[in-house]
Design a protein around this ligand. Structure first.
Ligand code: NAP
Ligand code: ZN
Length: 349
């Protein structure tokens, strides 16, 4: 049995659970989990804010740990290696998306680290709020950061790649003005990564308390988005805006800040839809609103290696698993700088 924490129904707090992990097959890697980040998606899923949650739901897809066993066909990993697992644990591995290293867009649908289809008990995957996990070797990442940074590396596995992938896809770099909206788990990584890629970065926050803190992350400017005067000062000036907000909000306030041909990419998946955007604001300057989903496995490895080389990690608050429900409450109030990470050793207590 593996100790875990999860939701049994959408109306009840997360509780201690015992779950089963399969014996590693020929291509599997078994991992003892050291740390797991707390993504807003975990909260959306566990609390039933998205349709289709399968219970019991053990969330967690920002996993860092050590390899405890490998299957007979595994060559890339050995016992003792430090590894990561993100939002995916499998995909069809033969469609055009998988062939191009875009497993997140797998034609058959990728298998999520939790709430995904599996033959393992109880019939859906269970995530990283647990002591251990068994994952197909193609979905395991190598972690090369120093040991003392591992807790802060965990959020790179979702918050890092979900911001890295669009920044790379839309070719963010020097000479560009880039906005990051919502300075939470994803947004704070977006600021760090866009800064590291050489862009001029403007952080948009609803929280006055994050004004100074966002500068420390690498933002060149900070705008409190509730203040229309501050917003208007940036009209028609952005090449690219990455919007990470986890709640329904007025998108027009941000599309108005894009230059001609600028793009705002949405990565937040709010419980309730955004109000319909003003089409005129898009048409008259040929602006684009786009979406982006996590990132592929090769791209995730590229991001982890880039971050290790540049010394980039998340800013975290390490928590005991027994404080997870309070952490969910605080995340709903945007009261975290900027990511909770579970010390999975506290599951043993
Ligand atoms: P988070 O840590 O809670 O950060 C979201 C931030 O959005 C908050 O810190 C807050 O920033 C801002 N915000 C919250 N409520 C708001 C409101 N009503 N109006 C305006 N701003 C608001 O969440 P996260 O873990 O970064 O996740 C963000 C979203 O991305 C979630 O919906 C999550 O499910 C989704 N997600 C998507 C993908 C993908 O592949 N597309 C991957 C992972 C997560 P300020 O305090 O700065 O305003
Ligand atoms: Zn996530």
């Amino acid at each position: 049995m593996t100790k875990a924490f999860g939701a049994v129904t959408e109306h009840t707090p997360l509780v201690a659970l015992d779950i089963e992990r399969r014996e590693p097959g020929a291509h599997d890697v078994a991992i003892d989990i050291a740390y797991c980040g707390v993504c807003h998606s975990d909260l959306h899923q566990a609390l039933g804010e998205w349709a289709g949650t399968l219970y019991p739901c053990v969330p967690g897809h920002e996993i860092v740990g050590r390899v405890s066993a490998v299957g007979s066909e595994v060559t890339a990993f050995k016992v003792g290696d430090t590894v990561g697992v993100g939002c995916m644990v499998d995909s069809c591995q033969h469609c055009s998306a998988c062939d191009e290293g875009l497993e997140q867009y797998c034609d058959e649908g990728f298998i999520g680290t939790y709430n995904g289809a599996t033959a393992d008990a109880p019939g859906h995957t269970q995530g990283g709020y647990s002591q251990a996990i068994v994952v197909n070797d193609k979905f395991v990442l190598k972690v090369s950061h120093p040991a003392e940074q591992l807790a802060a590396v965990a959020p790179l596995l979702c918050a890092g790649i979900t911001t890295w992938s669009p920044l790379r896809h839309w070719k963010v770099g020097p000479g560009q003005k880039v906005g990051v909206v919502g300075i939470g788990g994803l947004g704070h990584m977006g600021v760090k990564l866009a800064h590291a890629l050489g862009a001029h970065v403007v952080a948009f926050t609803t929280s006055d308390s994050k004004r100074e803190a966002a500068l420390a992350l690498g933002a060149d400017e900070v705008v409190v988005s509730r203040n229309p005067e501050e917003m208007n000062a940036h009209a028609n000036s952005f090449d690219f805006i990455l919007n990470t907000v986890a709640a329904s909000h007025d998108l027009d306030a941000f599309t108005a800040l894009l230059k001609r041909d600028g793009t705002m990419t949405l990565v937040g998946v709010p419980e309730h839809p955004h109000p319909s955007p003003n089409v005129g604001a898009l048409i008259f300057r040929r602006r684009t609103i786009a979406g982006s989903l996590i990132g592929g496995i090769a791209e995730t490895q590229e991001m982890l290696d880039f971050c290790a080389e540049k010394g980039i990690v998340a800013d975290i608050e390490l928590i005991d698993i027994h404080d997870i429900n309070e952490a969910f409450d605080r995340m709903q109030r945007s009261d975290v700088k900027y990511r909770f990470v579970i010390d999975n050793a506290t599951l043993n207590a």
